[in-house]
Design a protein around this ligand. Structure first.
Ligand code: C2E
Ligand code: MG
Ligand code: MG
Ligand code: MG
Length: 275
């Protein structure tokens, strides 16, 4: 009897695994075509200064409207695109689209674009970025490239050289989701960062959780000693905002100031700001 049910469980497992593998293959194939099938969109989320709550810029975030499946969140498809290499094409599309969009915004607004370590390690990444800036006419200092801690843990020598070259061109390099990886402080100092973003999990937890609060304080302290401004991600309440202001974060981003929205929704507000 036990043997029978055991065999049944194994069959279910095989069938599930088979389905998971088939779904994954389909996502891999469909991702390859997402750019040419016009299924990708960017949404833009405001980042504000804690000095006066004014919008300093927007972060571009990818959205994939897969037909017939519908919306697929970036946390699901970006890791797959990184494994198959399609992140190179998708990332270039995102960079080009975001810079084109931002070149129509008022000059004081920054545009932050997320880039994968796979892109940074690809041989012609610097040329790609320079090409996009030349084509769109965007001033390099208006572009911020957001990279996660994993970039420091991988083949750091080439990534470091690429980031340094981009920084020398005037582009700003932002450490994204800080606190979630395992980077060392010496790594952080070796890389040419202009800004550090504290991951939203710490902002969300800091009011209830002493440990999260300690992380927020430690990161702000680190930013002060390295002379790097700190951005708080995922600020959802006035209480959180008051708190991170008091702690010394220079900028904030989160649903309190606005959810990511399409450029069409962003533009009318920008005209008001510009007026
Ligand atoms: P991220 O770069 O850390 O982006 C911030 C994420 O937090 C976004 O999720 C945003 O929608 C979400 N968020 C912003 N404010 C709040 C808030 O107040 N509360 C909560 N709960 N969430 C908030 P999203 O858009 O789902 O993106 C997830 C991740 O996918 C991004 O994290 C980034 O790592 C990656 N990603 C998105 N677009 C791109 C891209 O163009 N290229 C690459 N390589 N990665 C991207
Ligand atoms: Mg980001
Ligand atoms: Mg982030
Ligand atoms: Mg994050």
């Amino acid at each position: 009897q036990a043997k029978q049910s055991g065999r049944g469980a194994a069959c279910f497992f095989d069938r599930d695994l088979d389905r998971v593998i088939r779904e994954r293959r389909k996502i891999e194939r469909d991702l390859e075509r997402a750019v040419s099938h016009d299924e990708l969109r960017l949404v833009y989320q405001p980042i504000v200064s804690t000095v006066d709550r004014r919008v300093t810029g927007y972060e571009a975030l990818l959205r994939w409207q897969h037909s017939p499946h519908g919306f697929v969140p970036p946390d699901k498809f970006i890791p797959i695109a990184e494994e198959t290499g399609s992140i190179i094409r998708i990332g270039e599309w995102a960079l080009r689209t975001a810079c084109t969009e931002a070149s129509c915004w008022p000059d004081e607004l920054q545009i932050a674009v997320n880039v994968s370590p796979i892109q940074i390690e690809s041989r012609d990444f610097t040329e790609t970025v320079e090409g996009v800036l030349a084509a769109t006419g965007l001033t390099p200092s208006r572009l911020e490239l957001e990279v996660t801690e994993s970039v420091m843990l991988r083949h750091s020598a080439s990534a470091l050289a690429t980031l340094q070259r981009l920084k020398d061109r005037g582009i700003r390099i932002v450490m994204d989701d800080f606190g979630t990886g395992y980077s060392s402080l010496s790594n952080l100092q070796a890389f040419p960062f202009d800004k550090i973003k504290i991951d939203r999990r710490f902002i969300g937890a800091m009011e209830q959780d002493e440990a999260a609060l300690s992380v927020v304080r430690a990161v702000v302290g680190l930013g002060t000693s390295l002379r790097l401004p700190i951005v708080a991600e995922g600020v959802e309440t006035e209480a959180q905002y008051a708190f991170i202001m008091r702690e010394g974060c220079a900028e904030a981003q989160g649903f309190l100031f606005g959810a990511p929205s399409t450029a069409i929704q962003v533009q009318p507000r920008l005209r008001l700001i510009g007026a």
